[in-house]
Design a protein around this ligand. Structure first.
Ligand SMILES: [Ca+2]
Ligand SMILES: [Ca+2]
Length: 306
């Protein structure tokens, strides 16, 4: 039994709730935390499921004994923080070993971080062939930080040519004292202070000096130095783990399985971060407004029939 005035008040409240939901709803990732004891300020912190170091769900490790350590390519957590001088990207793995004695303390991981820091510009393909993925057009990347051992870590921008040498000065990769976290530090002067609106693609591959852009290939059958469980046609992603939610339309498994052998289309992947939250809450807000329309229609009909 709505009076006209009460109905209008209700509609106004619902419209306002819809707008609030679109603007602020569905936030993902943890909010920025305050700096503790002069330590770096954390701007992004996300866990990745354990045990998903299998690409789209089928990949298996190479058979050489150097790879007989479960968790080498299993990303567990990704944290972005900064202080006055540097931005720190901390990638925690299930296991880190250093059988070939790199000075950085790890031998296996290739961590490829593509950052969308500027809306409306950037690139949707990787800088060079290697990972066999493409990035979502709405989240085109602006910076790429490639992390490998033996002094090979580099910073690139989406303006770089594929054969660009990248920036090495000021970058440092190291294994933190927990022996499971690889940290790459990049001067703030090079990429700016990380903003909570940044989105991240974090790809984990296996460092292979003979692979394209240092990515160890995934084949149909695993061998001493190649992963198995993929395809011998060079379309399947050479990515073993990516930072992604454990379920849903944009889970790792769904995204990395989205390539097409017949057409040659690479897997399409989406980033994580606050930017994605805006997209999700927009979806929720639109759904809310549709429900609002239905409710309004019902109220009007009641009024006409009474
Ligand atoms: Ca993982
Ligand atoms: Ca993952």
């Amino acid at each position: 039994m709505f009076s006209r005035g009460r109905g209008r008040t209700l509609m106004t409240a619902l419209v306002l709730a819809g707008i609030v939901l679109m603007l602020f709803g569905g936030a993902r990732g943890r909010p920025a935390t305050q700096a503790k004891d002069q330590g770096p300020t954390v701007v992004f912190d996300m866990e990745d499921p354990a045990g998903d170091d299998y690409g789209p769900g089928t990949y298996t490790y190479p058979t050489h004994k150097a790879f007989a350590h479960p968790g080498l390519f299993d990303l567990l957590r990704f944290v972005v923080s900064y202080d006055i001088q540097n931005v720190y990207f901390d990638c925690t793995f299930g296991e880190v070993t250093n059988p070939w004695n790199s000075p950085e303390g790890f031998s296996h991981q290739l961590i490829d971080i593509y950052i969308d820091s500027m809306r409306g510009q950037g690139a949707t393909s990787p800088l060079r062939p290697g990972p066999n993925v493409v990035f979502a057009r709405r989240f085109a990347w602006d910076f790429r930080i490639k992390v490998i051992a033996w002094g090979g870590s580099r910073l690139y921008t989406s303006m770089d040519d594929p054969d660009a040498t990248g920036v090495h000065d000021g970058l440092m990769a190291e294994l933190l004292p927990d022996k499971k976290t690889i940290r790459i530090q990049v001067p703030v002067a090079l990429i700016g202070k990380p903003n909570p609106s940044w989105s991240y693609y974090v790809l984990v591959g296996s460092q292979d000096a003979f692979g394209r852009d240092d990515y160890r290939p995934v084949m149909e059958k695993a061998d001493r130095w190649v992963f198995g469980g993929g395809s011998d046609l060079d379309v399947d992603p050479n990515v073993i783990d990516i930072l992604a939610p454990g379920r849903g339309l944009r889970s790792q498994e769904r995204m990395l399985a989205s390539y097409n052998i017949n057409s040659g289309a690479f897997a399409l992947i989406y980033p994580v971060g606050k930017g994605r939250a805006g997209e999700l809450s927009l979806g929720l807000g639109v759904l809310f407004l549709i429900l609002l329309g239905v409710a309004g229609f019902w109220l009007v009909r009641r009024k006409i029939s009474s």
